[in-house]
Design a protein around this ligand. Structure first.
Ligand code: ZN
Length: 261
């Protein structure tokens, strides 16, 4: 598997340097993720696949991955647009549905669709068994942890289960939507699992000390945080609280949280 990385040319506060999309070249070119429809990205797709992609697979509905699909279809009307459905977010794009276990044919071999929810409910990764490599969208990113938007479709429990599922496949390389290629995905997955365990202990300790709001718990755990990052940190704390509630270890009512013993 030797995909051509094509940058979506969309740097910004939420995308960092911007998104990577990946073209698997051949008779049936397949593009993974659609970017945002930036002209430079469309030109790069055209340079790598002059007749356009036969299929554009979108890892999830977040706009930095999906919103460029209509522009790609506008330039190459035969391009199929596929993703796992998330009806609230999919808009009126004529998506074809992908489901867990589906197979996508490419000239470099077949890709298996893995439903990997958590960062979003519709998130998928694409597994190339032959080379044990995987396209991970927003499941993994070097240099940071992945944001779990607890109030808008994110679930930490699901995310951890998705990491565990990937771990069991023992991937040797991962192509993420943000940041450089991940040459040791297993090390990153183990780091993520450890990091979340540590955070959970911190949240449990804060609850045990009587801190009852997302705001107070966030202030305790995330010291020296830039003001602009506070909303994301609070969402992360909320993601932990919702997970603990699901495990009957905490209980929340009217934005006040307590330990459950
Ligand atoms: Zn995302």
């Amino acid at each position: 598997m030797k995909p051509t990385p094509l940058h979506a040319a969309n740097p910004g506060p939420y995308t960092g340097d911007g998104n990577w999309t990946y073209l698997i070249p051949g008779e049936r070119p397949v593009l993974i993720d659609a970017g945002v429809g930036n002209a430079a990205h469309l030109d790069a797709i055209g340079a790598a696949a002059p007749a356009g992609p036969a299929e554009v697979i979108v890892t999830h509905a977040h706009s930095d991955h999906a919103s460029g699909a209509p522009a790609i279809r506008g330039r190459w009307p035969a391009a199929g647009l596929t993703k796992m459905p998330w009806p609230e977010r999919d808009g009126d794009v004529p998506w074809q549905s992908l489901a867990d276990g589906d197979t996508v044919m490419t000239d470099s071999g077949s890709l298996e669709v893995l439903h990997t929810p958590g960062h979003s409910p519709d998130h998928i990764a694409l597994w190339h068994a032959e080379s044990r490599t995987v396209f991970v969208g927003d499941l993994l990113q070097l240099g940071t942890t992945v944001f779990i938007p607890a109030s808008s479709g994110g679930s930490l429990s699901e995310y951890l289960a998705s990491l565990e599922r990937l771990r069991q496949l023992s991937p040797v390389r991962a192509w993420p939507a943000h940041g450089p290629v991940i040459e040791d995905p297993m090390a990153l997955i183990h780091y993520y699992l450890d990091h979340r365990r540590l955070r959970e202990e911190q949240v449990l300790a804060a609850l045990a000390d009587g801190l009852a709001t997302v705001e107070a718990i966030t202030d305790r755990i995330y010291t020296n945080l830039a003001q602009a990052l506070l909303p994301m940190a609070r969402e992360s704390v909320l993601a932990h609280l919702v997970k603990l509630e699901g495990e009957s270890k905490a209980r929340g009512a009217e934005a006040l949280w307590v330990l459950r013993r």
